[in-house]
Each structure stands twice: as structure tokens, then as C-alpha cells.
Design a protein around this ligand. Structure first.
Ligand code: HEM
Length: 471
């Protein structure tokens, strides 16, 4: 999405290809960049209305334009070819480098990227993450226990520590000790840089990344990040020293892993992978959770149907059975359809001249699947602005019609964990407390760093605890 800034092509190419390029809007690149930062959905809709389901954004730096696609056939053409006619380079995600470093899976290219995915992916398979169900439920229950009846809470803020604890404990196997608390605190501070569109500008406009002292936003970020880095390196050293081969978390696995030449990952690589998984995993899931809790409380009929479905399980509610409930699955799918946390796939780049929907795409052009606009297609999702879980019970969507986790060679590694977490935490909240939305309604989506979250975070009052209409 944001990575549109980095491709530079010669002026000659632009003139040569201009006539056959996909349509674009006649607005200056600086204005388009600002629109994309400040009100991304408004402008995506505007461009789509004027140009159709393939168009070019002319942002600063992406001189040949970045092409947005939201036609499922075109998305399929690109994502099924993203190691052939297209590439899915990690280096184009440089914008995330200040958070993630250079050596995590998101910023790796080609062979190194494939190798790293092969190493990390098995830990995120459905079978593996199902082993985390009890921990997910107990972390959510502890968080709910801290809410007081009568208290007003910000749902987005409350979901963050839940998803963070889940990642820290399940994926990284961190023990709850003093360093755990410090790492947790450090991550929250570093993540706060991307909470508002204004702060997001620091990521999207590298020229703003100036250290003007501890009180300046970027200066504070750099200091917070160094403090967090120190803690993570200490943890890595500690875990290397006390290596326990029987532990099944990712950090243990990565410490023990060796490549074909017998080389293990160095501390820098381990650090960057940890940061990548923590950041890719906890912000996104916390936002999705906040939306899910919002929709269920905003639409009483959805809540009632969900409670009725959960009630069929009786009091012995097995989390694995919960995770397979059809209506619950439909509610979570619709949550990620209507406001997908990631608006775009990571960029793909044409490796040779390609034709997309009859337009010529020059070699070197950035192409991004627009997840948001695809999910808003009237032909796939009638009345797309309405939250209707039933759509997912009535028909099956192809992976190119419904793609909240992207696809192809960069499909989200944490998909199974995120889906499980979404369902289990939602059910814990629904069955253990009653909330009343008290903020401005309906909640509206707004940019949150590189993701899409609820504007202002969704405010709710805790009306009662141990909501027990389920018997
Ligand atoms: C609701 C939650 C989540 C959403 C909506 C989401 C969405 C996405 C999307 C759209 C992509 C880009 C895919 C593409 O370009 O084709 C992605 C990539 C990625 N996600 Fe997620 N994600 C979520 C949770 C997680 C979790 C829990 C983790 C890990 C703990 C994770 C780790 C990653 C990683 C590592 C990548 C990059 C993969 C690569 O570069 O090969 N995500 N995610």
C-alpha cells in the first residue's frame, strides 16, 4: 500500500507507455499521497467510481504509477504469477524497516524469502495453532476480569494487550517475568507511533524521519526502539544459553534452525523476525477483534443468533468445537470483509510487459490487489456497506474474491492463528460480559498506520459481567 513510493522509472518510459496505461485521476501526486494518507477509503471509492476496477495512482516517487486492481480475475492473474511474470519483492516494503529491520520475512526477497517462509510456516499451521486454544481463552478471560462493571472502555485499546499477550506467550514462548513486562511495555510504546494518520506520515514520508531530540516524535520513537531492541537481544541471548529443544515456540525453532550449509540464524535475523511477527500479528488482530466485538454489539440480531448458536454447545464449550461454528465463522469473515484490516496486498512488480484487463503494464510497474475495493464489489457482495454474515453461509467465495489475508507467495503467515483468536476471544467476551456501545455510532473506519481501524477506537460501557443467558 504505502510502498508505492519507491519505484523510479525514466521519463522516457512514462511517455512511451502513457497511452496504454490503466486510467488515472488528474490530481497531482502530492495531493494523491495526502488523500491516501488521510482518507484512504473515500479516495479509493472515488477513483473506482471514475476509473473502474483497475486504475493508476500517481504518488510521489511511483513515477510510472502504481496500479490498483480489484477485479477477482485480475487479482488471480497477478497472485498466481507472483513468482513468474510478477515478483513480490520484500525490499519494496522498506517503509516498515524502522519497525521491523531488514532481515524479517516481510523485507526479504526471492530465495531468502522462500527459505524463511519454509522455516516459519509450519509453526503457524492450523494443527499447531489449535494447541493454543486454552491459552487464548485464559488470556482473554484474565483481560475481561480486569474490566469493572460500569466502567467505560475503549475496545481497540483493550484488544491490544490481549493480542499482544497471545503472541508473546503462544508464538514466542516467553515466560511471564520481569523482562516479559518490559518487552510488552516497550512494544506498546514503539507501536504508538503508528496510531493516527498524522503519525503514519512519519512512515509514509521518509523525509520526516528526523531525530530532533527525545521530545520530537521520531526522536522518541528511535529511543523507544533502542530500549526495546536491547530487551529482545537479551531475550535471544538468554534463550540461546538455556536452549530447550523440546519447546515448540517459534523463537526456539528459529534458534535451532540451520540452512542447507549448516548456518543458523544470527541474532540480528532472529531479532528482525521476532519484530516482524509481533508487529504483523498483534496490531492487525487487535483491530479485527475490536471490529468483531463492535459489530456484534451494534447489531442485536447478529448477537442473538451468535448466542443461540453458542448455546447449542451447552455449558461444556470445547474451544475446538467453538472454532468450527458456522455462524461464528460467518461473523468473523464478514468482519474482515467489510473493513479489511489490510486495505491492500503487499505490492507485486511486473517483471516483463504484461496485459491486465487489456491495459499494457510495463515491466517494473507496481501492482497491488485492493482488498478493500474487492470486498466492496456489489456483484459479489450485494449491499456491500451492510454487515451481513449470512453471505458467507449462502455461498463460497474464491480466494481472489475474498482475500483479507492476501494470497500468493506472500499470503499472511498468521492466518490460522488470527482466525482462531478472533473466534475464541469474541466468544469469551460475548459469554462473560455484556457491553453497551456508548461512543459515536456507527463506528467509522480510519487509517491506523498502514492498517484500517475504527476511528477513535470504539467506546463501550461494561454493563454486567458473567453474562449468563446461555445457562
Ligand atoms: C486479522 C489479522 C490479520 C490480517 C487481516 C492480516 C493480513 C495480512 C495481509 C493482507 C498480508 C499481505 C499478504 C499479501 O501481500 O498477499 C499479510 C502478510 C503477513 N502476515 Fe498477516 N494478517 C493478520 C494477522 C497476522 C498474524 C497473527 C501474524 C503472525 C503472528 C501475521 C503475520 C504476517 C506475515 C509474517 C506476513 C508477511 C508474509 C510474507 O511476507 O511472506 N499476520 N497479513
Amino acid at each position: 500500500m504505502v510502498t508505492l513510493l519507491y519505484l523510479r522509472r525514466s521519463g522516457l518510459d512514462i511517455i512511451q507507455n502513457f497511452m496504454t496505461l490503466p486510467p488515472s485521476i488528474n490530481t497531482s501526486s502530492a495531493i494523491q499521497l495526502w488523500q491516501w494518507i488521510s482518507e484512504p477509503l473515500k479516495y479509493l471509492h472515488k477513483y473506482e467510481r471514475q476509473c473502474g476496477d483497475i486504475f493508476r495512482l500517481n504518488m510521489l516517487g511511483a513515477l510510472n504509477g502504481a496500479v490498483m486492481i480489484s477485479n477477482p480475475q485480475t487479482i488471480q492473474q497477478v497472485l498466481t504469477n507472483d513468482t513468474k511474470q510478477f515478483s513480490a519483492p520484500g525490499s519494496i516494503n522498506q517503509i516498515l524497516q524502522p519497525f521491523l529491520g531488514d532481515r524479517g520475512v516481510i523485507l526479504l526477497d526471492g530465495h531468502e524469502h522462500r527459505q524463511r517462509r519454509q522455516l516459519v510456516m509450519p509453526q503457524f499451521h492450523g494443527d499447531k495453532v489449535r494447541g493454543y486454544t486454552d491459552l487464548i481463552c485464559s488470556i482473554s478471560r484474565k483481560a475481561i476480569d480486569r474490566w469493572q462493571v460500569g466502567e467505560t472502555i475503549n475496545l481497540r485499546e483493550q484488544m491490544q494487550p490481549i493480542s499482544l499477550d497471545i503472541i508473546l506467550q503462544t508464538v514466542f514462548g516467553l515466560d511471564r517475568n520481569e523482562r516479559y513486562d518490559l518487552i510488552r511495555e516497550g512494544l506498546v510504546k514503539v507501536a504508538s507511533l503508528i496510531e493516527s494518520p498524522l503519525n503514519a506520515s512519519f512512515l509514509l514520508i521518509p523525509a520526516l524521519q528526523k531525530d530532533l531530540g527525545a521530545w520530537s516524535p521520531w526522536g522518541r520513537f528511535l529511543r523507544d526502539r533502542s530500549a526495546l531492541d536491547r530487551l529482545l537481544y537479551e531475550e535471544i541471548t538468554n534463550r540461546r544459553r538455556n536452549y530447550q529443544s523440546d519447546k515448540t515456540d517459534i523463537l526456539t525453532l528459529l534458534i535451532g534452525a540451520v540452512d542447507a550449509d549448516g548456518h543458523g540464524m544470527n541474532d540480528l535475523e532472529l531479532h528482525d523476525e521476532l519484530m516482524t511477527l509481533l508487529f504483523a500479528g498483534h496490531e492487525t488482530t487487535a483491530t479485527a477483534l475490536a471490529w468483531a466485538v463492535y459489530w456484534v454489539n451494534y447489531l442485536p440480531e447478529v448477537k442473538q443468533k451468535l448466542l443461540t448458536e453458542i448455546a447449542t454447545l451447552g455449558t461444556e464449550r470445547d474451544p475446538i468445537v467453538i472454532s468450527k461454528l458456522p455462524y461464528l465463522n460467518a461473523v468473523c469473515s464478514e468482519t474482515l470483509r467489510i473493513y479489511p484490516v489490510g486495505m491492500l496486498t503487499f505490492p507485486r512488480i511486473a517483471q516483463e510487459p504484461v496485459s491486465l484487463q487489456g491495459y499494457e503494464i510495463a515491466a517494473g510497474t507496481i501492482v497491488s490487489g485492493c482488498i478493500y475495493l474487492t470486498h466492496q464489489r456489489e456483484d459479489l457482495y450485494p449491499e456491500p456497506h451492510l454487515f451481513k454474515p449470512e453471505r458467507f453461509l449462502e455461498r463460497q467465495f474464491s480466494p481472489y474474491e475474498y482475500l483479507p489475508f492476501g494470497g500468493g507467495s506472500r499470503r499472511c503467515l498468521g492466518m490460522a492463528l488470527a482466525q482462531l483468536e478472533l473466534k475464541l476471544v469474541l466468544v469469551e467476551i460475548l459469554t462473560h460480559c455484556q457491553l453497551e456501545l456508548t461512543g459515536t455510532l456507527p463506528a467509522l473506519p480510519a487509517r491506523r498506520g498502514v492498517t484500517l481501524g475504527p476511528k477513535g477506537g470504539i467506546i463501550a460501557k461494561v454493563v454486567s459481567k458473567k453474562y449468563d443467558s446461555l445457562g
